[in-house]
Ligand binder design. Structure first.
Ligand code: HEC
Length: 639
């Protein structure tokens, strides 16, 4: 069995009497530190499922663990199953791909195992809230409104800036913003899919894998699509010409099982789907970037968490960027971030390890059309040997995927979640600090018109590189940083300044630098700090339970910065000095247009507030460690 990758998986599948594997999560002590938002979900460390549904756990161990703890074949690993809704798991066991494997289970046992895996009660089948479908004009897509933004980064360069005329918000009118309507997502506890806009609709995915196109004026449902698992990415809509009666644009997104979907943007009908990576822990966290008929798909994984399962043969996932023909899903190229993993020395004693591994890509590529390249940044290596493209910023050739340059910000960072479990042999020796890059790169411009690539890291450093050579121009430390600190999901650049949201949540690792959670503004040309606005309470007294900082993404428009905070507020700051111009606490019960009980919570993940025609659109809720769960989309208006 000293093989690697899928070979090993097949060998395992043949072993009929594989001993029941004890779940890693069950052995975990109470989480010593809150887990890292980009690589590790704190919910993995949460034992609610064990506690609430102990019978389901026994059923899982006896009937499922042999395949799912090891990712046999393409079986999603335990850590991935934990992101599925109980409804989706139950569906897989009754009418889906697992009906054969679950044939010997009673209906009650299926329910128990589904509830154990998702740590949630299955919604009663009898009383689903019916979808509030649109009718008449509200149901029709407006062909005079092609996609308002290019994708998750809002423009190809990933600046997260909204032109003033498009956003319609200004320091003079934001004081008038009032909640117009909100929409509740049944069964969801986090909202990681940044809303996108086209044809008079708001498109977004959800925790339960429900993907919606909602009428922007009223929140009624134009179409609904059920993905197999959680959708964390924004939905990217292909552009069309104004008034083109024959336009048939596609809508693209990925799920946490690593599947990329293409739907008809006007009907929600599935056109094609591809598995972006056969690895059983592969995940699509960030939206693909769409440019001239090619989709550039970033591939990440949850294998860092799989590593906590005792006996898990860690680790074989390799980060990559995949280029697909946007019309058909055909693969054009793939660029791997690490070479093929091999068994490591000492592997023959049954305690197998593999490497190199990791360097996941957690962010949407920024497109540099002028230089014919895209830029991304990467996470850490999961195991030794460490490689050059871990915790690095890279430029890839748009046509071939070849790496043109790379800048490695942190060397020698081999880490996985086993390092948080005492005595777990899957933690690499000399484990690194887990300084992933999660946030997308930006091809920004300074005031003199010079292009500069910007990247923000969990270390709390922001880096500026020359886009032609990858040479470091400056680096600035914003705060304490850490496994869950620093910059997590996305920055914005406008008018010669870069705005960085900083989480700096407590990690228990001593640091001589104090936490500086909130929003930081730097001069793009020099890296000098322009201002810093602290967001959230001072958490020094109760660091494990107190929530401060901004771990999500932010956007900029018309002299303002718009950001969602981990305490649940959405804030609009003056881009000149960081002064708060307007704020609203979304962490409260909301009256929804679709009748689903909802409330907001922490605003994080890839979600940045979006301004359009004088409205402000934000998805709220982020169940994650001490952060606040929520299941709402909120639309504010100035009229
Ligand atoms: C013999 C190995 C094996 C056993 C036993 C097994 N599974 Fe699976 N499971 C797989 C494989 C392989 C897949 C992937 C199938 C695919 O992608 O087509 C999978 C997929 C799934 C999925 C994802 C379905 C989807 O629609 O995305 C769920 C949920 C699941 N299994 C749950 C379970 C549960 C719960 C049990 C125990 C009752 C179980 N499985 C037992 C191998 C197994």
């Amino acid at each position: 069995m000293v093989r690697f990758g899928r070979m090993r998986a097949r060998a395992l599948a043949g072993m009929a009497a594989l001993a029941v594997t004890v779940l890693g999560a069950a052995l975990l002590r109470p989480a010593p530190v809150a887990a890292d938002p980009t690589t590790v979900d704190a919910s993995i460390l949460d034992q609610a499922g064990d506690r609430l549904f102990p019978e389901g756990k026994h059923i899982y161990q006896a009937n499922c663990a042999a395949c799912h703890d090891q990712g046999v074949g393409r079986a999603p690993q335990f850590t991935i199953l934990r992101y599925m809704s109980p409804e989706a798991i139950h569906r897989a066991l009754t009418t889906g791909v697992m009906r054969q494997q679950a044939a010997a289970l009673t209906e009650d046992q299926k329910v128990q195992v589904a509830q154990f895996l998702s740590s949630r009660k299955l919604a009663p089948v009898t009383a689903p809230v019916p979808l509030a479908m649109c009718s008449g004009k509200a149901a029709t897509f407006d062909r005079s409104e092609p996609p308002v933004f290019a994708g998750w980064g809002l423009d190809l360069a990933g600046t997260h800036t909204i032109p003033s005329a498009v956003g319609g918000l200004s320091p003079a009118n934001v004081g008038k913003l009032k909640l117009k309507w909100s929409f509740g997502f049944a069964g969801s506890e986090r909202m990681r899919s940044q809303p996108s806009l086209a044809g008079g609709a708001i498109f977004l995915g959800s925790h339960t894998g429900d993907v919606f196109a909602l009428d922007r004026a009223t929140g009624c449902v134009r179409w609904h699509f059920q993905a197999a698992a959680e959708v964390r990415t924004a939905v990217v809509i292909a552009p069309w010409q104004v008034g083109d009666a024959g336009a048939a644009p596609l809508a693209y997104f990925g799920d946490v099982r690593g599947v990329l979907y293409a739907l008809d943007a006007f009907t929600g009908a599935l056109k094609w789907k591809v598995t972006a990576d056969e690895h059983p822990a592969a995940v699509i966290t960030a939206a693909p970037s769409l440019y001239q008929g090619t989709l550039f798909v970033p591939v990440s994984s949850l294998e860092e968490a799989s590593a906590t399962a005792p006996g898990y043969k860690c680790c074989t996932f390799r980060g990559s960027v995949l280029a697909l023909d946007a019309a058909t899903g055909a693969v054009k190229w793939r660029s791997w971030m690490v070479p093929e993993p091999k068994p490591l020395a000492g592997s023959s004693n049954g305690d197998e390890h593999f490497g190199p591994s990791g360097a996941a890509v957690w962010n949407s590529p920024a497109i540099d059309a002028l230089r014919g390249q895209l830029t991304i940044d990467t996470g850490d290596n999961y195991t030794h040997p460490v490689t050059d493209y871990g915790d690095a910023i890279l430029a890839l050739d748009l046509a071939t995927g070849a790496v043109r340059w790379h800048y490695q910000a942190t060397k020698g960072d081999a880490w996985n979640v086993a390092c948080m479990v005492a005595g777990n042999t899957n933690c690499p020796e000399d484990a690194g600090p887990d300084f992933d890059f999660g946030a997308g790169t930006i091809l920004a411009r300074d005031r003199a018109g010079k292009d500069i690539v910007l990247a923000g890291q969990k270390s709390s450093f922001v880096y500026a590189l020359d886009p032609a050579s990858g040479k470091l121009l400056w680096q600035t430390r914003l705060g304490r940083g850490g496994a869950a600190g620093g910059v997590n999901f996305g920055m914005a650049a406008m008018d010669g300044a870069v705005f960085a949201p900083v989480s700096d949540m407590f990690t228990g690792v001593p640091s001589e630098v104090p936490g500086r959670p909130g929003v930081h503004a730097l001069d793009i040309a020099t890296g000098k700090e322009l201002w810093y606005t602290r967001v959230g309470p001072d958490c020094d007294a109760a660091p494990r339970t107190c929530v401060a900082g901004t771990s999500g993404s932010l956007s900029a428009t018309n002299g303002m910065v718009m950001v969602g905070a981990d305490d649940g507020r959405v804030l609009i700051l003056d881009a000149k000095d960081g002064r708060t111009l307007w704020s609203f606490d979304t962490a409260q019960p909301l009256q929804t247009v679709n009748g689903v009980p909802a409330h907001g919570g922490s605003i994080s993940g890839g979600v940045a507030p979006i301004a359009y025609k004088g409205e402000l659109i934000v998805a709220s809720g982020y169940a994650f460690g001490a952060k606040k769960a929520g299941n709402a989309l909120l639309v504010f208006g100035t009229e």
